[in-house]
Write a protein that binds this ligand. Structure first.
Ligand code: SAM
Length: 278
């Protein structure tokens, strides 16, 4: 079979060609293992029919795996050297593959070409949650995806109420859909080797939004307040945003939530009920 993916030797050659010193600031840890790439593509269920968006394609390890299925790929990369090289790498290794590279900060991008329905990414670790939430908020045509993130972050995204790691990212992620962890990934499949372990996290988004945009904002404000002081009872942790603890108790009761509960016990529907009880 044609060698269409990047291994350690190809990554080394590309890094040399670009005189690249991977930076921690941009979370630049590149996958050097073709088996990991194929595992991500298979778990993401990319079939080649619908367009895929990739955040942070880097040197193209995962991009080539996605393109190998025949799927058109839109890749958003902040680093201009990497964004410029990627089409050349793809033209050489998979001529004719359907790739659009957008050089932009994924935290602030407001439009994507081709309205991709699937998001697949090995996310830059320092900004993984805000980047993900930005995409879910602004690109409603995304219906499912798979991301690789730091293990603790992935467990948090997929956590349910009552779990120790359930927090603000868990509730916000649940606003958009259903999340599941899909297996740990060794730190040794990356160059440079990061000092954290990674995990795959899959998601399927709701067909209909849980509430309006205004309700989402109000819900997220409550979530941030509740988990900002997660050990406190809700009547205290929400007092700042609801105008005092008496008003907070009243609102919680109107939503059918005991004011003595803590944020970590509430589902996203509970938080939305509190927002709606205004
Ligand atoms: N996908 C590649 C792979 O698996 O080998 C690279 C993954 S690396 C963990 C993260 C990539 O995201 C890097 O290429 C980095 O330059 C890029 N990146 C970092 N911050 C970004 C941002 N705000 N917007 C877009 N890309 C970003």
């Amino acid at each position: 079979m044609m060698k269409a993916l990047l291994g350690p030797a190809e990554i080394r050659d590309l890094a040399e060609l670009l005189d690249l010193q991977p930076t921690k600031k941009l979370g630049q840890n590149f996958v050097i293992d073709a088996n990991t790439v194929r595992r991500i593509v298979q778990t993401a269920d990319v079939t080649g029919e619908s367009p895929v968006v990739e955040i942070g394609p880097g040197l193209g390890s995962l991009t080539l795996g996605l393109l190998e299925t025949g799927a058109p790929v839109v890749a958003v990369e902040i680093d201009p050297r990497l964004a410029e090289q990627l089409p050349k790498t793809v033209a050489q290794m998979q001529p004719g593959a359907d790739l659009t590279v957008v050089q932009h900060d994924a935290m602030t991008i407001m439009e994507l070409p081709r309205h991709p329905s699937t998001l697949v990414a090995n996310l830059p670790y320092n900004v993984s949650v805000p980047v993900l939430l930005h995409f879910l908020e602004h690109f409603p045509y995304i219906t499912s995806g798979l991301v690789m993130v730091q293990a603790e972050v992935g467990q948090r995204l997929a956590a349910t109420p009552g779990s120790k790691v359930y927090g603000s990212p868990s509730v916000k992620a649940a606003w958009y859909g259903h999340w599941r962890t899909a297996g740990l990934v060794s730190r040794h499949v990356f160059w440079p080797v990061p000092n954290v372990d990674s995990i795959l996290v899959g998601f399927r988004l709701r067909d209909e939004p849980l509430g309006t945009e205004e309700e989402r904002r109000a819900t997220f404000e409550l979530v941030d307040a509740a988990f900002g002081q997660r050990r406190k009872m809700l009547r205290q942790s929400l007092s700042g945003v609801l105008g005092g603890s008496a008003a907070a108790s009243e609102r919680l009761e109107a939503a059918g939530i005991a004011p003595t509960q803590r944020g970590e016990q509430l589902t996203v529907d509970d938080f939305l009920a509190v927002a709606r009880a205004a």
